[in-house]
Design a binder for this molecule. Sequence first.
Ligand code: URA
Length: 432
Amino acid sequence: MRMVDLIQKKRDGHALTEEEIGFVVTGYTQGTIPDYQMSAMLMAIYLVGMNDEETSQLTLAMARSGDVLDLSAIGGVKVDKHSTGGVGDKTSLIVAPLVASAGVPVAKMSGRGLGHTGGTVDKLESIRGFRVELTTEEFIRNVNEIKLALVGQSGNLAPADKKIYALRDVTATVSCIPLIASSIMSKKIASGADAIVLDVKVGAGAFMKDVEHARQLAETMVRIGRSLGRQTVAVLSDMDQPLGAEIGNAGEVREAIAVLQGGGPDDLREVSLALAAHMTVLGGAYPDFDAARAGLQQSLESGAALETFARFVAAQGGDAEQIRNPDQLPKAEREVKLAADEGGYVEFIDAEKVGLAAMLLGAGRQTKEDEIDYAVGVTLQRKVGDRVEAGDTLALLHANGPHDDGLAMLRSAYRIGPKPPAAKPLIYDVIQ
Ligand code: URA
């Protein structure tokens, strides 16, 4: 087989076979296919597309390019969750213990973040002593006993995707649905999930800016999952403004705890309950969505989900006292107010700018080597639709170092107008 013939075949609009896709993925990962040929192939895929069979084969080939987690020693249906990412998205911190409290095992592999705030691992590491390096035996024992364990992503998870993604980034081939769908699904398949719930974020602060493209991506991923024997559900949820009020690692843990205590912001609680309800239905704990949602709501109100979270944190070396008393989580030295310049209604909050403001304070990494300051971040006191008067506090910055750039960025994120904006749904659609 020659790469040049496969590039030509794809360029001319034909579908590649399983064997041909395997050849491309293995060859590129091992270095026998050079960047220039892979770039041409990616552009041909970008322009011509891929059918469902090709997209599934690409997913499988990338999943098998490195470590594939074997979770067969854990009983029950292992349901994983993935978010396409957004600002203030701390749903994993809520959903994982909530689902586990319903008896559905959650064996999760999560990443560190590059960008606005940390990833789930970074957020959890704001809890004193928490560690994500578990031996396979510890991981499996904890899932069997507590129904929840979380480890950092193995460096060798879907290495083909890592290499291809880096090339897509510099060849203008990122925004291509078969390539995005196979990239996301390859990592979920490699992390051993039996069933998958996808939170596809839509809006100004998300990867997918409009519902139509988000739906196409969601449908493609659901079909891939199904064709590879994994029941998959995708929830299209809003990311026009940040989710919840807290952006920043320890602040996000505190807010997740508030939801696990039966409180917290409505938007965050609703999205978390919806995701967890779909997961527990796939896991067989409830017969349908409504029963699941009601049962899980009960679990928040009774403290059962919070107790699972505290046990999980303790089992991974973390200080569970900080979960029971979240005031003990890291706090920044200073609180700086962002006041409204004029009265009116909050029309829009640019999630990306809020994320950048948090990053400028030190909540995220600009390069892999950067150290995160867990204590810093932003609290949004006013969200879209809220009425404000001139001088009212819109948001707080939690700072340890300089804050002028963060404050200016946060100011530019808010748009105040004379009329309340039309209400938008929190969840646009569910694809299953
Ligand atoms: N996230 C991924 O993991 N892959 C993509 O291609 C895009 C977003």
